[in-house]
Design a protein. Structure first.
Lengths: 581, 345
């Protein structure tokens, strides 16, 4: 039934891909609740108001340059609680964890542990206070034994290591997690899931009271996830407060006791799981005001430029199929770890695909290195402009001419500086790059202007297909609007554009169609008219897409809001305060 | 103008120039007729083969790599030419084969570095051992000589006016290297790859091809230097040019080229080449011998690494102190005022 209803929203292909997953998840959820029930029978979580929180973050704020990463965020973790933290990319989850584990310090607000104000200035402080974190990629010393890895954080064990005692204690700790590993063996041979268990055992051996799990399930198989959940339930029973972060909505709803939602660095809500539905959660995650939205004129796209069928790279992404027409902007949406960038890199030949077919203007092409891809007319503007986009000490002109340098050479192989500078000057004016001249080194430009130089160097190759990877990340609002304007102009002139962006309002505003990815899979392709923040995020989080089946009113409300903001922008020609912060 | 000049001197090249003038002044006062043509030619002749290889090494290091095999390649090419001549081949053929061996092994170095992706330190260390080993197989512990007169004259007599062929070749190559590094597309790519091979790759540049060309040139130029050395000395041993690689790398680094790649100028490298020649000469005059000489040049090398670093920090500090009020003005205005200030002076 579910699949049928989803068909209204999601293209047929995406739905057929989803159907088996839905069933699998149904079965998994049942097994999960069975485990949960088993533990809850022994000791149901006590009513929250009966206990004081173990760890409390009180009105914590943190700012990085122009970005307010956390704004007055409060969060309380109780004993015997699994507390899920939900939020989009950039909602502030990572910053919050870093502050809790002493990697970064808050600008204001306080942290209390057992009602006492504490300062967590380093990871040693966090360890001493009983706060530990495990991540998607466990940090294991492969050549040390399992037991040595578990006890690596212990400092006061004397100078001589009593191996037998250590191994015995390691076994005891693992037994508390209902796990049995050969503790004398090197950690090298462990699976990822077992390595995570060792990390958890390490935390327990240090008397952890708050365990933060940052996307621990992202690279685990379904069976391993079950095993991990069993451990998480065991920890809860032993009185540990678990902060659980996942982009998989079904997991959150399976194991969390309470759910806190962050959005754009602000606290939105903390709710018992029973009072929340996935649809509500997603609405809260995206419920930002619509602002600085660019209104594109919708045009009829031209002929098919790029046709991609079943593109895959082993262990990274699979079954990516889409068509891109001249004059069309295809948005790539997804959360961190969706591997959208990897699809871009495959199309540009940097990390070539190992399967599937790509046609460019109807001709099959092999994209195995960036030089060839560029000559065929594919350009990829990187998301990491500092490390991969620009030669910082070189001038704007030298950076712009780099991909098409051969065009600027005299017959004797010398660089025609005049032609090079003239071309760069054209782009400086067209994209309003703010710099004294095109001889200015790229290093002295602001982020927004650096981004424009990166785009210029690709426009100078006159590409048929332009892949823009996070073109507006970390740049000021003014530049952002200019980049949006440019994308619209380019599309109007017939360029085919792939826009990879984690900025959901941006993808929605700029794209003619939106391809949503999740963990390397294509979940759906939405037409502009059908795409809403809720629907895209649902697909990105692995929901079936039927959460908002006939929520027409929602679209209209959002559109009305958007138009109001645009009118305001056009009328006042000013940008709303605090935009992009 | 004056301020411009000061700014230009306040660079590594400027410091090199000052050091060079001081050394020159010392040499001029201590040696009569030091600046005559014949004296200068003698001065250059002493290290001319190293000077030729230095030009190629500058490209290698600016591209972010290193070539430790250059001196062994000089020995190998001299050995190949000598062994072929000894077994009856005409000298021109022997020379061409020696050059071919240099280019071929250079390409091989480049292949392992750029295509296979091994570290150039390891690959060319293997070349350092391997090429010398091949030279030993060819020449063994003999001294091969008896070359035709025209060949030994190449290395010893004035060919182009008073200049020996080696010095003439060096002069031509120095001009070609300067123009190539600073004005050609190939030179641009050398800097780009040295700064960031990743950015180059993400810009559609064929990084591997550029690196292979650079290593091939390094091998070819080293082989040429080896042949010229055989001509100058008139005899070839297996140990010809042994230990030259470190002198060559030292001069390139002293010239302001960063060992991490991406930074340096051919002017700096040429200045440091002439400086080291003069310095060694002056130290000999002052009665300072081999090991102490090397120590002094080592000290200079350490300074060359430290000073630009310190100067950069001082400049940064100054810039920060000045910038707070003035940077608020648009940059266009700044350059305007700068121009109007310099115009009358």
């Amino acid at each position: 039934m579910t699949a049928l209803r989803g068909e209204e929203l999601v293209q047929v292909k995406a739905v057929t891909a989803l159907a088996p997953r839905l069933e699998a998840r149904g079965a998994g959820a049942m097994a999960g609740s069975a485990i949960a029930a088993e533990y809850m029978l022994e000791s149901a979580p006590p009513a929250l108001d009966a206990t004081r929180p173990v760890l409390e973050m009180d009105r914590v704020s943190k700012r990085f340059g122009a970005t307010q990463a956390l704004d007055d965020v409060s969060l309380a973790l109780h004993r015997r609680e699994i507390h899920a933290l939900l939020g989009e990319n950039g909602a502030g989850k990572s910053t919050l964890i870093k502050i809790m584990t002493g990697i970064q310090q808050q600008d204001s607000g306080e942290i209390r542990i057992d009602d006492e104000v504490v300062r967590i200035a380093s990871s040693q402080d966090a360890q001493r206070l009983g706060v530990a974190a495990i991540y998607q990629e466990p940090m294991i010393f492969p050549d040390l034994s399992v037991a040595e890895n578990i006890f690596i954080g212990h400092r006061n064990r004397g100078n001589i290591v009593d191996r037998r005692r250590m191994e015995q204690e390691a076994e005891e700790v693992l037994a508390r997690l209902d796990m049995h590993l050969d503790v004398g063996e090197p950690a090298r041979g462990l699976t990822l899931a077992e390595q995570q268990t060792v990390e958890i055992a390490k935390a327990i051996s240090l008397d952890v009271r708050v365990l933060i799990m940052d996307e621990p399930t992202a690279s685990l198989s379904a069976h391993e996830v079950r095993q991990l959940f069993r451990i998480v339930f065991a920890l809860r029973q032993q009185g540990v407060a678990v902060l659980f972060i996942s982009h998989r909505m079904e997991e959150v709803f399976e194991i969390a006791d309470r759910v806190t939602i962050l959005r754009d660095g602000r606290w939105i809500s903390t709710t018992p799981r029973a009072d929340l539905t996935p649809a509500m959660a997603i609405k809260r995650m995206v419920g930002r005001e619509v602002q600085e939205l660019f209104r594109r004129e919708r045009r009829e796209p031209g002929a098919v430029r790029l046709s991609v069928r079943d593109l895959r790279r082993e262990g990274v992404f699979q079954d990516i199929s889409f068509e891109l027409r001249a004059g069309e902007v295809l948005g790539f949406a997804g959360l961190v770890g969706a591997h959208r960038t990897d699809v871009g890199l495959a199309l540009f030949g940097i990390a070539p695909a190992d399967g599937g077919a790509v046609d460019l203007d109807g001709v099959p092409v092999k994209l195995t290195n960036p030089h060839d891809a560029m000559r065929l007319g594919i350009a990829y503007s990187t998301e990491d402009r500092r490390q991969l986009g620009l030669i910082m000490p070189l001038s704007i002109a030298a950076n712009v001419s780099l991909p098409s340098l051969t065009r600027y050479l005299s017959p004797g192989g010398l660089v025609r500086r005049g032609a090079e500078r003239a071309a760069a000057e054209t782009f400086r004016q067209r994209l309003s790059i703010r710099a004294p001249s095109v001889d200015t080194p790229a290093s002295s430009l602001s982020g927004g202007n650096q981004q424009k130089v990166v785009i210029s160097k690709w426009l100078d190759t006159n590409p048929k297909v332009l892949i823009l990877d996070e073109p507006t990340r970390g740049i000021d609002v003014g530049s952002k609007i200019e980049v949006h304007q440019l994308v619209d102009d380019l599309a109007a002139k017939g360029m085919a554009i792939i826009l990879i962006s984690s900025d959901l309002p941006e993808v929605l505003a700029m794209s003619d169609r939106i391809l949503v990815m999740r963990e390397g899979r294509q979940m759906a392709i939405f037409d502009h008219g059908d795409a809403t923040q809720e629907r895209v995020l649902s697909a990105a989080m692995g929901q079936s897409g039927d959460l908002f089946p006939d929520d027409e009113g929602l679209d209209r409300a959002a559109a009305a809001e958007a138009i109001a903001v645009i009118d305001q922008l056009v009328a006042g020609a000013t940008v709303p305060d605090g935009a992009n912060s | 103008m004056a301020r411009d000049l000061v700014r230009r001197l306040w660079s590594w090249e400027g410091l090199l120039l000052i050091l060079l003038l001081v050394t020159l002044a010392y040499n001029v006062t201590r040696v009569t007729n030091f600046l005559t043509v014949s004296n200068q030619i003698n001065l250059f002749q002493l290290g001319i083969e190293k000077a030729i290889v230095i030009l190629a090494m500058a490209f290698v290091i600016i591209s972010g790599e290193i070539d430790l095999s250059v001196a062994s390649m000089m020995g190998l090419s001299a050995g190949v030419a000598a062994a072929l001549f000894e077994s009856g081949a005409p000298m021109p053929v022997a020379i061409l084969v020696a050059l071919g061996v240099g280019a071929g092994f250079g390409l091989l170095n480049g292949y392992f570095v750029a295509v296979v992706g091994l570290s150039s330190l390891a690959v060319t260390l293997a070349g350092y051992v391997g090429f010398r080993g091949l030279a030993r197989l060819l020449v063994q512990d003999r001294s091969v000589g008896g070359f035709p007169d025209w060949f030994t004259n190449l290395g010893q007599r004035g060919m182009v006016g008073p200049l020996t062929l080696s010095i003439f070749i060096f002069a031509i190559l120095a001009i070609v290297a300067t123009v190539t590094l600073h004005f050609s597309g190939f030179g641009r790519l050398t800097y780009v790859i040295g700064n960031s091979a990743a950015v180059a790759r993400f810009s559609g540049v064929s990084v591997a091809r550029t690196k292979m060309v650079i290593f091939t040139i390094s091998g070819l130029v080293s082989a040429l230097a080896g042949v010229l050395m055989a001509a100058r000395l008139g005899a070839v041993r297996a140990s010809t040019a042994e230990g030259f690689e470190l002198d060559i790398i030292t001069v390139v680094l002293l010239g302001g080229v960063s060992i991490f790649g991406g930074v340096g100028s051919m002017i700096g490298v040429l200045l440091s080449t002439y400086l080291v020649l003069n310095l060694r000469n002056g130290l000999v005059i002052a009665g300072i011998t081999g090991n102490t000489q090397t120590g002094i040049i080592g000290l200079l090398l350490i300074l060359s690494v430290l000073l630009p670093n310190l100067a950069g920090r001082v400049r940064e500090r100054l810039r920060r102190r000045q910038s707070d009020p003035s940077m608020r003005a648009p940059p266009a205005d700044l350059s305007e005022t700068a121009r109007s200030q310099t115009a009358p002076g």
